[in-house]
Design a protein around this ligand. Structure first.
Ligand SMILES: [Fe+2]
Ligand SMILES: [Fe+2]
Length: 262
């Protein structure tokens, strides 16, 4: 009988993006229907398997993304698809990596749902790319998200602070402006997909913030202060404004988490 951690590992070891997404949907169904109920022990790879293309570059070496016309739209969708593909792996990695932490079943329920959402986001973006005659892998992509995973692989609180509470929360801040830009330029077909992503990502930030709060509660720590101290090595000045206060509040983040200048 498989465990959730071993299922997570097979997704992480799958190089093909649509295969990764398909396995995610299958494995999420096994967990959510109760056919698999043991978490087991994980041995996640240091890096998830990825296809030969796109070439991965350090974030600082990425060529400037064109914003105009069809090229610009393809570049945007490609960048978002890359984020979602990383997000699938990040969700399975948090499941497989922290099996020693004695967490309640609800923790795994949340991250399985996150993995499933990310797979649906990836598929929706891949479909939009295909509609433009492009596909994931056509353009270079940055390796920043996995670098964040590597920096926080030894500590669940560090991982929650950096990945869902900061990097995914950044998506809440930037997505409304991206939607407005696309609307202004007549790309209405992308808007429902981004609206769905924004709603789901709010739930992901909420899950990260809630579990961070849970772990703080076990240790008698103040969540906002602890978040600041955990994030400081990576973001000495805190998250970057402007902030989507409404979405962050929905996700359980009051300004004392992210407005460090005040
Ligand atoms: Fe997503
Ligand atoms: Fe997410």
């Amino acid at each position: 009988m498989s465990s959730l951690a071993s299922l997570a590992q097979t997704v992480l070891e799958m190089p093909d993006p649509s295969g990764k997404s398909l396995l995610t949907r299958k494995h999420a169904a096994l967990w959510q229907s109760g056919q698999i109920s043991s978490v087991g022990q994980g041995h996640p790879p240091d890096r998830p398997a990825r296809p030969a293309k796109p070439a991965l570059m350090p974030p600082t070496a990425m060529p400037r993304r064109s914003k105009a016309g069809l090229k610009g739209r393809i570049a945007l969708l490609h960048a978002l698809a890359h984020i979602e593909l990383n997000a699938i792996d990040l969700a399975w990695d948090i499941i497989a990596r922290f099996t020693e932490n004695d967490l309640p079943k609800a923790f795994y329920d949340d991250w399985v749902q996150v993995a499933l959402d990310e797979a649906l986001h990836y598929d929706a973006l891949a479909e939009l790319l295909a509609g433009l005659g492009a596909s994931y892998g056509d353009l270079p992509a940055h390796d920043g998200l996995w670098q964040a995973a590597e920096k926080t692989r030894n500590d669940l609180m560090d991982r929650l602070a950096l990945v869902p509470m900061t990097l995914e929360a950044r998506g809440l801040d930037t997505t409304p402006a991206t939607m407005k830009h696309l609307e202004r330029h007549g790309h209405a077909e992308v808007i429902p997909v981004l609206a769905r992503i924004l709603e789901d990502e709010t739930a992901h930030v909420a899950a990260g913030t809630r579990w961070f709060g849970y772990l703080c509660g076990l240790k008698g720590l103040d969540p906002a202060q602890t978040y600041k101290s955990r994030l400081t090595p990576q973001f000495p000045h805190g998250p970057k404004p402007p902030f989507n206060h409404e979405a962050r509040l929905k996700a359980g983040q009051t300004p004392d988490f992210y407005e460090w200048a005040i």
